[in-house]
Design a protein around this ligand. Sequence first.
Ligand SMILES: Cc1cc2nc3c(=O)[nH]c(=O)nc-3n(C[C@H](O)[C@H](O)[C@H](O)COP(=O)(O)O)c2cc1C
Length: 165
Amino acid sequence: MKVLVAVGSKYGATREVAKRIAEQISERGFDVDFSDACDVQGVHYYDAVILGSAVYGGLWRRDASGLLREFVEELRVKDVWLFSVGMETVVKPGQPLDESDGFASLVGAHDHARFPGALDFDKLNVGEKALITALNPPRGDFRDFEGVRDWTAGIITRLEELAFA
Ligand SMILES: Cc1cc2nc3c(=O)[nH]c(=O)nc-3n(C[C@H](O)[C@H](O)[C@H](O)COP(=O)(O)O)c2cc1C
């Protein structure tokens, strides 16, 4: 069974979450490709796709949402899981929480998880620093790798059922 784990990440926090997911699935004997969403040429090769993105301004990174939209028909007939990584403390008033809320039903995903992210102020560009200074959220690494591990264990259970069905 061929599995793709693809990710949209700007500063690397979400990429590391995706990498852990890919490693955990691979450790269970599945054939896993791990890729930035911008490098994915197609999904026809895969039986299952796990696609995630960091959330900025309520939106997924464009490479991740673009991949989903470009291959929506193919994804509909595959086993798909989605995840978002973000910080709900960095949401401007009136802004949608996460555009990907509709993505899961669009592709018939098994699940859409939301995980907390990380905020490294020094890495941000000038505009981002201004926004973060104004919103003043807690800074640091809030990623929940145990939660990610539990979620991935559920995916593996389903993949094993599908592989041996
Ligand atoms: C300028 C800026 C805007 C952000 N906007 C949101 C947002 O709208 N919703 C959210 O949940 N998190 C938001 N975040 C938090 C990021 O999603 C979080 O820091 C994430 O871990 C970044 O992942 P990356 O390192 O993979 O790019 C924002 C962060 C920054 C710096």
